[in-house]
Each structure stands twice: as C-alpha cells, then as structure tokens.
Write a protein that binds this ligand. Sequence first.
Ligand code: B4P
Length: 191
Amino acid sequence: MINIVLFGAPGSGKGTQAENLVKQFSLKHISTGNLFRYNLKNKTELGKIARSFMDQGKLVPDEITSSMLSKEVKCNLDAIGFVFDGYPRTINQAIYLDEFLSSLNSLVLITISLKVSDKILISRLLERAKTSGRPDDINPQIIQNRIKEYYEKTSKVANFYKEQNKFIEIKGVGSINDITKIISKKINKFL
Ligand code: B4P
C-alpha cells in the first residue's frame, strides 16, 4: 500500500492537495474532517458528539477519531493506498495509525507537511467561510482555537515522523498546481 500523510495547520492546503494527489497516484482520500462533516450533516450519534468539539475549534477525542478512521480504511481495503488528510493530529493518533497499518502489513510511506504563516491561514479560512458556510471558518475566535490546538497538540506529531525519516516540509504558499508538482516529486522519490 502507498500511504501518504498530509500534515499542516488548519487552512494549510491539506484537503486541497489531497484532491490532486489522489487523482495523480490513484489513491483513496480519507479526510477525518470530511467524515465528521458527513456525520454532522446526517445527524448521526457520532456527528452530535463531534459537533460539540468542532464548534469550539477543538480536536475530537482520539478514540472516536481513530475508530472512525480504521472503519473507513477497512471499508476500502481494495485501494492501492490512502492519502490521510488531517489524520493523525495527535501523538496518540500517530501511534494508533502505525499499529493499525502494521496489522494490515502496511505502513506510512511519507508525511508531507505544508508550511504556511498564521496570517495567511487565517485569511484563507475567512475567505473559504464566504462560500463553505463552515461554522468553524466563520468565527475568528474559533479559527484561533484551531490554530492553538495545532501548536499545542498536532505540531508535536512532526517529530514522530522525523524520527522515522519520513517527514518532508514544503512551502504551502504559491499556486496550488505548483505545490502539487513539488509534493509529487517528493512522493516519487519514496516509491
Ligand atoms: P479539517 O476538515 O481537516 O479542516 P482544515 O484543517 O481546515 O483543513 P482543510 O483540509 O479543510 O483545508 P485546506 O487546508 O485544504 O478539520 C476540521 C475539524 O475537524 C478540526 O478542527 C477538528 O475539530 C476535527 N478533526 C478533523 N480531523 C481530526 C483529527 N484527526 N483529530 C481530531 N479532530 C479532528 O484549505 C483551506 C483553504 O485554503 C481552502 O479554501 C483552499 O481553497 C485554500 N487554499 C489551499 N491551498 C491554497 C493555496 N496554495 N493558495 C491559496 N489558497 C489555498
């Protein structure tokens, strides 16, 4: 399996790049944010729980997120690999993903981190709010909370993959297609 982790702060371009990469490498896109939003929209029990965290810009608890993630992977075992977009976001999630993939005789091939300044992150999310209607994009205080969660919990995941020599940082500012080309080159080197 070719498993790619897309890593970065909220608004760094993970979802945007994931859409291009899944087409290019014929992989399955798994976005935990999209899965939560699907559950929110369909008013499932999972959605109700997730909403209480997402509406505050907080991370949804690890057990809930990881169990949702592994179910989604198991439903798509015919895929040649996955682009994990927005997962893992904590050290516990990173450990879980390694163990889970290992149980499938697989592993994370490479983690691509998109680096973008806080100022640009905030302006992108506020811009997206105009069309997405996402409550977590509309409110500047919630955006600040999401960025705070990123620095307090998610940024530490970088070291987890650096220690495994699987962490590549890329400038996430510039044309979307140019960024995809840079990421693709890095992935090809690992294949
Ligand atoms: P996500 O859905 O993952 O939201 P996100 O971090 O904002 O990233 P997204 O992929 O959507 O946006 P992108 O950067 O591509 O998470 C939402 C919430 O779900 C979290 O806050 C949390 O509560 C919960 N959650 C999700 N996963 C979790 C986990 N693992 N554990 C716990 N909780 C979890 O794009 C942003 C904007 O920038 C877009 O409008 C895009 O068009 C634009 N853009 C992208 N690239 C650009 C570029 N190069 N130039 C200009 N604009 C660009």
